[in-house]
Design a protein around this ligand. Structure first.
Ligand SMILES: Cc1cc2nc3c(=O)[nH]c(=O)nc-3n(C[C@H](O)[C@H](O)[C@H](O)COP(=O)(O)O)c2cc1C
Length: 482
């Protein structure tokens, strides 16, 4: 590649053609301008110039190459460019600190929390904030975990637990484990090929991946990454304001071979993710003073920039009619947070529901999904009955981090659970497919050991008597009116 000189670089200083230099490499960021979490303005400040110092303040050194397609790299800046030797030294030093060799070998990670620690080290501050944050005071985020600690197990002993089977049926699909990978947007911060890797790893491990509406890679590539045509992949749907577009998306998912549609309903508007906003605001504040930081608030954060045009605040129960008419695929409502809505969903003939508060990212202080499960168990137990499962299944996600969490949810009546953030973390630090598979295998082992110790040899054998949920049940609402 011929080195690019300063004069050529300077020509690309508009939104129609915007090049920036990062660590001596020239990147064409024109297509990325509207997706930049910090807003268009921040990149445009460096259009046609060297952006390295500002870039380094907030991003890890590898991020640009991971996020932008390879063809956006236009070459190296020629020798006539005058970055100071000192700045270069500093940059080299920073690159070293970010180098992949500092991450532990996969074999040394033994639980989800280990993956989380590596991810925090690896991800840029804004990506870490986007992935890990909850809304406002993050009460819901923490509460999902807390509730699991308020449920204890009641193991049965002296049962032959030599052979344990963790396999189960999710919407008629055989899964080697009673959990699936929940849909998460912006997977590319963790790995450039996040969704295709998740699809492939799920296929190899015999579990189901639910791919998000707004995937970092085209849906064709996601479905194309299946290990066989029989591999089931669910499609998560944000219903667009434009009915025609939503119908088109559903038909596309159907044509690509989706096994079910998961319609997300817990985010008619975007929850306020303050940690996500703050990273950008603080950065801008340091750069330009408080006034411009205040101006940036309106657009700050990965969540705000990536949700543009995605959510619909006018969707109602009535819309289920045309959504159901558009497809013959099983329809699952994701984001049920009360027994009343669980019953409404059941009455409208959907095939399943996910008890979820979007991983604590939507309405802060919304109750933990496991509490919603207890609420259903108390007020509408028929929805959880094993004989109901051929036509209606209840799933749950949020804060599942251990095999025992899965066990508790199953014992309380869930058919299976979804797991979100841990799979993003497992993709980071270059672990990719190997990381995702290791995570599944770790959870498989944890679940098997927990089942053996609790006295259950199959998923069907995990029953209500195996948990003591008295403490958690004290928190179940007494205001339910049916
Ligand atoms: C970074 C991130 C992005 C997410 N994006 C989506 C999305 O695009 N669609 C959706 O329905 N849910 C989305 N969710 C919610 C997850 O599907 C899931 O409900 C939640 O992560 C479960 O909690 P857990 O992360 O504690 O397992 C997202 C969650 C995270 C953490």
């Amino acid at each position: 590649m011929i080195p690019i000189d300063q004069a050529e670089l300077a020509k690309h200083n508009t939104a129609a053609s915007c090049w920036v230099v990062i660590h001596g490499k020239v990147w064409d960021v024109t297509d990325f301008l509207n997706e930049h979490p910090g807003g268009v303005g921040l990149i445009m400040k460096f259009a046609g110039q060297d952006a390295t110092d500002s870039y380094d303040e907030i991003h890890n050194a590898d991020l640009v190459a991971e996020i932008l397609p390879a063809q956006n790299y236009r070459g190296n800046l020629g020798h006539d460019f005058t970055a100071t030797a000192q700045a270069l030294d500093t940059n080299v030093q920073k690159t070293k600190t970010n180098s992949k060799s500092i991450y532990p070998p996969l074999s040394s990670l033994i639980n989800i929390s280990d993956f989380e620690k590596v991810a925090q080290l690896y991800l840029s501050p804004s990506a870490w904030a986007y992935y890990s944050s909850g809304s406002e005071d993050e009460i819901s985020l923490q509460d999902s975990r807390r509730l699991f600690t308020r449920i204890s197990l009641r193991p049965r002993i002296l049962r032959n637990v030599e052979t344990i089977s963790t396999s189960t049926s999710i919407l008629g699909i055989t899964s080697s484990l009673p959990f699936y990978i929940s849909p998460t947007g912006q997977g590319r911060y963790a790995h450039r090929e996040a969704e295709t890797i998740l699809t492939r790893a799920a296929g190899i491990e015999g579990i189901v991946y639910c791919t998000p509406t707004r995937s970092s890679t085209p849906h064709e590539a996601v479905f194309g990454a299946r290990v066989s045509r029989d591999q089931a992949v669910f499609f998560q749907l944000y219903a667009n304001r434009d009915r025609g577009k939503t119908q088109e998306l559903i038909r596309q998912a159907e044509a690509l071979g989706a096994a079910a549609i998961f319609l997300t309903v817990d985010s008619p508007v975007l929850g306020r993710r303050e940690r996500d906003e703050r990273v950008i605001i603080e950065y801008l504040g340091e750069q330009e003073g408080q006034q411009s930081a205040a101006d940036a608030v309106a657009n700050a954060g990965v969540a705000k920039s990536s949700a543009t045009g995605l959510l619909s605040s006018s969707l109602t129960w009535e819309d289920l009619h045309w959504i159901k008419e558009t497809t013959s695929l099983p329809l699952v409502i994701k984001g049920i947070q009360s027994v009343e809505d669980a019953i409404l969903a059941f009455d409208r003939g959907v095939q399943g529901i996910v008890l979820s508060n979007h991983g604590g990212r939507s309405l802060d202080t919304a109750q933990a999904p496991i509490l919603t499960l207890l609420e259903i168990s108390r007020h509408a137990p028929h929805l959880l009955a094993p004989e109901m499962r051929h036509r209606f299944q209840v799933f749950l996600d949020g804060g599942i981090r251990r095999g025992t969490d899965v066990l508790k949810a199953l014992a309380l009546g869930a058919t299976a659970v979804g797991i979100g953030r841990p799979f993003l973390y497992a993709l980071t630090a270059g672990y990719g497919e190997a990381g995702v598979r290791r995570l599944v295998q770790m959870l498989r082992t944890e679940l098997k050991v927990s089942m053996a110790l609790a006295g259950a040899v199959s998923v069907q054998g995990v029953v209500g008597d195996m948990v003591n949920s008295v403490r958690a049940e004290r928190e179940v609402s007494r205001r339910v009116k049916l």
